[in-house]
Design a protein around this ligand. Structure first.
Ligand code: ATP
Ligand code: MN
Length: 538
């Protein structure tokens, strides 16, 4: 028999409309792990962590994410394909259907916080149909102390039922799965999908509205860490560009790997209490801190095991988006609490599959604003045979799917803060070198780490004209040398060995940048517009 730390508090679910449910309140991660295994909803792998399968969805579904259009949101939200409006009455009806679905069932309930800074703390009550989803909430949100739990007053509610299917015609959804935010009721509902990332990104989207609108704080889709001298670095980037990988650095204390706020009191704080790392091709050799965090308490998603319960991280037969969630204290070197001072350096990470953006370069303030609004990365063709052409992908503020306001709002706040704080901004290509996807290869992680370390140690100052080269297409300052990195790697053109092909591809990407930027031009000053690539076309 296992013994667990029990919470003595009990709660009632009447006010939520959930009737006759067996309430599993604030269970420990060990209990949730054991229940998941007992019920056959997960298995324990050789490292001791739980492995589950999220079912039909192994990633978020941005087209099924809605915001209730009401008095709070109607004039503030940037409505469109990203922020899709939802009718308040329909929300009420869908919510009722969901809670009657959860009635007479076992429900896993957990109280937790978002935002490590006490002045911004958001209290959340999470309801889950599945035990492992509730363990995910334990891992990813901030865990209250016993005292905090006794005085807990939940402000936001997350209602999560992967087994509940919406009826699009009756409910007003696009299909059976949905993630909907109601800012008046302060409720997020997630149904028809077991993908855990929807739970954390629901609260992230809520904060991306609440913090700038009501608290004068800039929310950011970035990771953050702190050096020994207290210097904070933050890393913006779209999925798969390296936020989690690069912020997990044995020599720097981790603040967080995905979501942060930058306050007017010159601090940066983590929204979360855990990390959610990609584990595709994970190796102990290249990423020891993340590898070792996968122990009891961590939850692996959609990985494939061998007969002995050993994970094969190279197996992507279920999805390329295999993941692990773990509480932040599974990483040895962390900042407690998860708060740092104003950043000294900001990195924009991009996985450029065209292989034309320099592996590291320094941006001027206009270039920084331009690249922030553009939010470029590339999507590589999946595993389909014969498809080798990369696709440019632009996502404003490096996180458009989670940003309810117009991107210019976040960009204005960031520009102002960057200028006040005097930060240096760097563009880092963690993508391809030596040619595009299919010809070249991904930048070696050890080189990207060396470039970032050089910046953080002050070895890439670019003080003298001789230290750098202004890239003829992107206009960015490309260092000529960098400790720990072969000089040839620093110039993408040189790695190609074919100038004509390099420039043709660079201009192709330039055109994609310009095409994408058109929709923001009206909102941006001439100075920001000048931060883009040069006006060459082929
Ligand atoms: P998400 O927003 O989805 O959490 P992320 O920005 O945190 O995404 P990571 O989880 O850090 O992305 O994923 C980066 C992936 O790319 C990892 O699997 C990492 O091993 C791999 N990788 C390969 N080369 C590099 C490199 N040069 N720099 C960074 N990551 C690299
Ligand atoms: Mn990440």
């Amino acid at each position: 028999m296992n013994s667990y730390n029990q919470v003595s508090k009990t709660i009632s679910l009447d006010q939520y409309g959930i009737k006759n449910a067996k309430i599993n309140y604030q269970l420990s991660p060990e209990q949730l792990h054991d229940i998941s295994v007992e019920k056959g909803l997960g298995v324990e792998v050789s490292s001791g962590s739980l492995a589950i399968s999220t079912g039909e969805f192994t990633g978020r579904s941005p087209k099924d994410r809605f915001i209730v259009k009401d008095d709070i949101t109607k004039d503030r939200v940037w409505w469109g394909d990203i922020n899709i409006p939802f009718d308040p009455d329909k929300f009420g009806r869908l919510y009722s259907k969901m809670v009657s679905y959860l009635s007479n069932k076992e429900v896993y309930v957990r109280d937790c916080y978002a935002c490590a800074d006490d002045n911004y703390k958001l209290s959340i009550r999470v309801f889950n149909e599945y035990p492992w989803s509730n363990q995910f909430a334990h891992n990813m949100f901030i865990r209250p102390t016993e005292d905090e739990l006794n005085n807990f007053n939940p402000e936001w509610t997350v209602m999560n039922a992967p087994g509940f299917m919406a009826d699009p015609e009756e409910d007003g959804t696009r299909q059976h799965n949905f993630a909907i935010l109601d800012f008046s009721k302060k409720i997020a509902i997630v149904g028809g999908t077991g993908y855990t990332g929807e739970i954390k990104k629901g609260i992230f989207s809520a904060l991306n509205f609440v913090l700038p609108v009501f608290k004068n704080t800039l929310p950011m889709h970035c990771s953050a860490n702190v050096g020994k001298d207290g210097d904070t670095a933050i890393f913006f980037g779209l999925s798969g560009t390296g936020k989690t990988t690069l912020s997990t650095d044995p020599n720097r204390s981790l603040i967080g790997d995905d979501e942060h706020g930058w306050t007017n009191e010159n601090t940066v704080f983590n929204f979360e209490g855990g990390c959610y790392a990609k584990v595709i091709n994970l190796s102990r050799d290249k990423e020891p801190e993340i590898y070792d965090a996968i122990k009891k308490g961590a939850i692996l998603e959609n990985v494939v095991l061998d007969g002995n319960g050993v994970v094969d991280f190279g197996d992507t037969s279920i999805t390329q988006n295999t993941r692990v969630s773990y509480p932040i204290h599974h990483i040895e070197n962390i900042q407690i609490p998860s708060i740092g001072k104003n950043p000294k350096n900001i990195f924009f990470l991009t996985a450029d599959a065209f292989g034309v953006i320099p592996p590291i370069s320094k941006l001027t303030p206009s270039q920084a604003a331009y690249h922030f609004i553009s939010g470029y990365t590339a999507k590589v063709a999946g595993t389909e045979a014969g498809v080798v052409e990369p696709m440019p992908s632009f996502s404003a503020c490096f996180g458009a799917p989670f940003m309810p306001l117009h991107p210019a709002k976040y960009a204005e706040m960031l520009s102002k803060k960057m200028i006040e704080a005097g930060v240096n901004v760097w563009l880092v290509n963690t993508g391809w070198t030596g040619g595009p996807y299919g010809v070249g290869k991904r930048m070696e992680l050890k080189y990207t780490r060396a470039m970032i370390n050089a910046v953080l140690n002050g070895d890439l100052g670019l003080y003298n004209y001789d230290d750098y080269h202004i890239h003829s297409v992107f206009g960015v300052a490309q260092p000529r040398t960098c400790p720990g990195v072969p000089t040839s790697v620093l110039s993408p053109r040189q790695t190609w060995n074919d100038d004509k092909a390099y420039y043709t591809t660079a201009f192709k990407l330039t055109n994609a940048f310009r095409e994408n930027f058109k929709k923001f031009e009206a909102h941006c000053s001439e100075e920001i517009r000048r931060g883009g690539p040069q006006r060459y076309t082929f």
